[in-house]
Write a protein that binds this ligand. Structure first.
Ligand code: SR1
Ligand code: MG
Length: 418
């Protein structure tokens, strides 16, 4: 990438700068001075523009050379847009229709022009507002299974997969954010950490728990060295957009090769945080809505399991567990599939607990809790979430099923931890 030519877009500069791109004018028309542009980026890193004309609409996402949330004191390479673009291409191929369509990529300007999803809303906002999305668990579970399986050497040719691991290995700084913010900073008094007043005794307890730190670091070993499949890498309810019935996965700029349980584990954590935060958002219908969130979790794992087994039976063409070793010898491979799913589940449970911790203890908290204005209420709800997170990290082997996970959530939801 020629960093020298990079220039961050503004609402004013965007139309003339994109007016020469056929993929853009095909959708918006040539009268760029009539385009309406709005910067809507509310994430932690990038610029995001909605561009509309009388002929159509699209999204322009551009990386900034620093972390937007923090400012230019934290530089971040523009090359991350290259990995996001490549991840979107692979996601579209491995789970058609699950991600926005990409119309154009400019590597020098670190920008991606893509489909404007409308009237889709960020799922996190729906969960805070108490809105349901039909088929959410089934869609997300199926998507995670397709990405896990089709990005691995269960399906891919070994040479292709290893080459792709090499491609994504060039993305160093983005995984480094996760390695510190998610796996390390929550467990000591790191510079950028914040937590809600009132949580001090619980935070001190967690930070003095050596077994907990060891367990989390052992998951960091997996996260940083196990290259099972291409991950989304930051799959939370802010990385999903939905209407009542349509769902898309967005924002894979944290894509890397990693363990299969990571995405579904972190997504589950975000459902659990939505669950625990609900008393801060509603009174009426509270229990019924919380039950629905838990049903999304069980639906997700059921769909993951079913889709992974289907792909195991129909698309197992890679180097791992080859048919030549099992079916062709008259040996069933179901025990191997069971064992693999069991290992994914155990990893997912621990990654889930870690994500539950980092969103309350490190940088980049989530709106589920942050929008609860009363700090005492918020602390009480976050405490339930933190305690359950620790249980998941330390006792994952005792949580055998998604039903057991949800039963545990109900138990912590009834506890006054503080
Ligand atoms: C400095 S970036 C902080 C967080 O924002 C992203 O969405 C990821 O979740 C990252 O951990
Ligand atoms: Mg993101």
């Amino acid at each position: 990438m020629k960093e020298a030519s990079y220039l961050a877009l503004t609402q004013e500069s965007l139309p003339p700068r994109l007016a020469g791109i056929p993929a853009v004018t095909e959708r918006l028309g040539r009268a760029h001075d009539t385009w309406r542009v709005k910067e809507v980026g509310d994430g932690n890193l990038n610029l995001v523009f909605i561009v509309e004309s009388s002929e159509g609409s699209l999204i322009v996402k551009q990386a900034l050379p620093y972390v937007r949330l923090v400012g230019d004191s934290w530089p971040l390479p523009l090359y991350r847009a290259f990995y996001e673009f490549n991840a979107l291409m692979r996601q579209a191929q491995r789970d058609p229709g699950a991600v926005p369509e990409v119309f154009h990529f400019d590597e020098d300007q670190a920008l991606i022009v893509m489909e404007f999803l409308s009237p889709h809303v960020i799922l996190r906002n729906k969960l805070i507002a108490g809105e349901k999305v039909a088929g959410l668990g089934a869609f997300c579970g199926r998507h995670c299974a397709r990405m896990a399986f089709r990005g691995s050497e269960l399906s891919m040719k070994s040479a292709d997969k290893k080459t792709d691991v090499g491609v994504f290995a060039g993305n160093i700084e983005i995984p480094a954010i996760t390695e510190s913010l998610v796996f390390t900073d929550p467990y000591f008094d790191a510079e950028m950490n914040t937590h809600t007043a009132g949580l001090d005794p619980l935070v001190a307890k967690l930070r003095s728990d050596v077994a907990l730190k060891c367990a989390v670091q052992s998951m960091l070993v997996k996260f940083s060295s196990n290259t099972e499949t291409m991950l989304h890498g930051d799959l939370h309810s802010g990385s999903i957009m939905a209407t009542e019935t349509d769902i898309r996965i967005i924002d894979p700029e944290f894509a890397q090769y990693g363990p299969m349980g990571f995405d579904i584990g972190t997504l589950t954590a975000n459902y659990l945080m939505a669950y625990f935060s609900q008393p801060g958002h509603r009174g009426a219908d509270l229990e019924r809505y919380q039950d629905w969130i838990l049903s999304v979790i069980t639906d997700s794992f059921e769909a993951f399991d079913a889709e992974f087994r289907r792909l195991w039976a129909t698309e197992r063409s890679g180097m791992l567990y080859p048919k030549s070793l099992f079916e062709d010898q008259g040996h069933g491979s179901e025990p191997a599939c069971n064992a693999m799913l069991e290992a994914i589940w155990q990893d997912a449970v621990q990654f889930c607990g870690i994500e539950m911790h980092r969103r309350c203890l490190s940088l980049a908290h989530n709106a589920d809790f942050e929008t609860i204005k009363d700090a005492q209420t918020r602390a009480g709800l976050e405490a339930r979430n933190l305690e359950m997170g620790a249980t998941l990290i330390l006792s994952a082997d005792k949580v055998k099923t998604s039903q057991a996970l949800c039963a545990l959530a109900r138990t912590f939801n009834g506890k006054d931890v503080l």
